[in-house]
Ligand binder design. Structure first.
Ligand code: AMP
Ligand code: MG
Length: 425
């Protein structure tokens, strides 16, 4: 196998606990991402129990086509660890004790105060004849790499930290040495909030179509929508991070005026992080008064460590009585306009800020459903007020979905509105 062929990978996960559903196969998921990042797509996955014939059958299918085969689990010292013996039998390679591995296991045990290395531990020093040892700096059993049936086959321990250590360490170097990872895959994600996927895609694709070929060549585009917004992900292959970033920068500049009105920057992908950053940079503080979101906005903000720099607190102003007594909403506004109204949203925002001594305030009031809707104010109607630098602005939204979705979208819309206002400054 040479680097010029497009390499594909197959993952074989071994362990009864995976089949019984006691353990979720996070190794396969992690390997999928790690391989994708190195430009190697996973073509297939197999999961088998701690059963030698099953492991052998999986190895036969996994090596039916040339490629990289990664096997997770079953390398430990106990009788239910059968991957080593199954692989030895399948590939016709005897198991031989590797003296270096044996010594390192003895040292490891000596450090833990165990003098006699038991026969079970010594079993972990057995390697398939002709295989290459991949060091395990976290645990005892090393990984093993062998070339067989036009495949590179790698046996890895099942303990996630051990598997990851080996993949990021010796396996990555081995694949690079063999020329199997020529280019790497890079992503750039633009987070957006406040515009539907279809509208965003229409505008973005019109722009991309008008760009010079060298800016857009060989860049893949994916839309990743969820309740709160749409992530736009660009993907390309490049030989270095620097080259990749340079291409992404050019592309992002070229689409900035199309996505800019909706985009925000946050390493966690959470708009609340971006809002906190803008508040901190401008030396402002925030207080919130929430009716239909019941504290969700405060939770979103305080999910981030260090939010106390900017977030003073909030009131869950659910009843009319609390809206008046704790936030200072005027009783006549509640009577005349109703709790779900522009006036009340604005008063929630400005008066909670005043009462808490904050520079900015947010008020949210709406009909989360499933009951309580009317013709004038159907379920999903939400009024949001923001108070920034002494000025109140309000917006009304009609959100689709069940109660939980309306509440989640309302908190996100409030963050979006506040973020835009803070950016304008
Ligand atoms: P093993 O190497 O098969 O002895 O696995 C040791 C431990 O690693 C198991 O008891 C599981 O807790 C964990 N493990 C094994 N395989 C996986 C996997 N595919 N995903 C996540 N954890 C695993
Ligand atoms: Mg196991």
């Amino acid at each position: 196998m040479t680097g010029s062929q497009r390499l594909q990978a197959v993952i074989v996960s071994v362990g009864n606990e995976l089949l019984y559903g006691e353990t979720v196969d996070t190794n396969a998921a992690w390997l999928g991402r790690a391989l994708a990042a190195r430009g190697i797509p996973v073509a297939r996955r197999f999961t088998v129990g701690d059963d030698e014939p099953e492991i052998r059958a999986a190895l036969a299918r996994a090596t039916a086509q040339p490629g990289l085969v990664l096997v997770s689990g079953g390398l430990g010292p106990t009788s239910d660890d059968r991957t080593r013996s199954a692989a030895a039998a399948h590939f016709g390679r005897p198991l031989v004790v590797d003296e270096d591995v044996r010594r390192s296991i003895e040292e490891r045990y000596a450090e833990e105060g165990i003098e006699e290395v038991s026969a079970l531990a010594a079993r972990q020093a057995e390697v398939l004849d002709g295989s290459r040892v991949l060091r395990n700096v976290v645990g005892a059993a090393p990984g093993l790499l062998l070339e067989a049936d036009a495949c590179v086959v790698v046996l890895l321990p099942g303990v996630p930290a051990e598997l990851r250590g080996i993949v990021e360490g010796d396996l990555s170097s081995a694949l690079a040495e063999k020329g199997l990872v020529d280019a790497q895959v890079f992503h750039r994600v633009i987070h957006t909030s406040g515009t539907p996927e279809s509208a965003l895609a229409e505008a973005l694709e019109a722009r991309l179509a008008a760009l010079p070929a060298d800016v857009v060549a060989n860049i893949d585009l994916a839309y990743l929508p969820d309740l709160l917004g749409v992530d736009v992900r660009f993907t390309l292959r490049a030989t270095s991070q620097r080259r990749a970033e340079a291409r992404f920068d050019r592309l992002q500049d070229a689409v900035e005026d199309v996505v800019g009105p909706w985009s925000f920057e946050a390493t966690t992908g959470d708009l609340a992080e971006a809002v906190i950053r803008l508040l901190r940079e401008s030396g402002r503080t925030l207080a919130v008064a929430e009716s239909c979101t019941g504290g969700l906005l405060g939770k979103r903000v305080t999910d981030h460590a260090g939010a106390s720099d900017v977030f003073l607190g909030g009131v869950i102003a659910y009843s009319d009585a609390v809206k008046t007594s704790q936030v200072g909403v005027a009783p006549q506004s509640l009577d005349m306009d109703g709790a779900v109204s522009e006036t009340v949203a604005g008063q929630l925002a400005s008066r909670v800020a005043t009462r808490f001594g904050a520079d900015t305030g947010v008020g949210i009031t709406g009909v989360a459903g499933p009951d309580g809707g009317s013709i004038a104010k159907p379920v999903g109607t939400v009024w949001i007020g923001t108070y920034v630098d002494g000025r109140v602005e309000t917006i009304m939204r009609r959100f689709p979905g069940a109660r939980g979705e309306v509440r989640a979208r309302a908190a996100q819309a409030a963050l979006t509105h506040l973020y835009r206002r803070l950016l304008e400054r």
